[in-house]
Design a protein around this ligand. Structure first.
Ligand SMILES: [Zn+2]
Length: 112
């Protein structure tokens, strides 16, 4: 499967970059993702900030887990510093818990 296939299956936003897909063993996949955006919107004052404060430790989200298949998203997030209100905030990649949204068919696709 190509990265684009993964993007479609996982229903990722356009600005999400798939860094790499790691296959651990037969049933484990780790999909590393980050934002390709150069800026993020400050949740406090709504201005865009380009100033990166630091990089967070990647977080691991369980995307799919059953007896045959385990798929994880490894999410790399940055913290930005707003130059207007000085607030430091973490960017939002729009990754919500996708488990409920995924149809059985989608799960079958990932299994292949
Ligand atoms: Zn702000």
């Amino acid at each position: 499967m190509t990265k684009e296939d993964f993007r479609k299956i996982l229903n990722l936003e356009e600005f999400i970059d798939i860094i790499k897909v790691e296959t651990g063993d037969e049933k484990t996949k780790c999909i590393h993702i980050k934002s390709s955006r150069k800026k993020a919107r400050c949740p406090k004052c709504n201005n865009f900030s380009k100033k990166i404060h630091d990089y967070l430790k990647p977080s691991k989200i369980t995307y799919l887990k059953n007896s045959e298949e385990e798929t994880y998203l490894i999410v790399y997030k940055r913290r930005f510093e707003c130059k207007y209100c000085k607030k430091t905030f973490t960017e939002d990649l729009g990754i919500s818990s996708p488990k409920n949204k995924m149809s059985h068919k989608t799960k079958q696709l990932i299994l292949k």
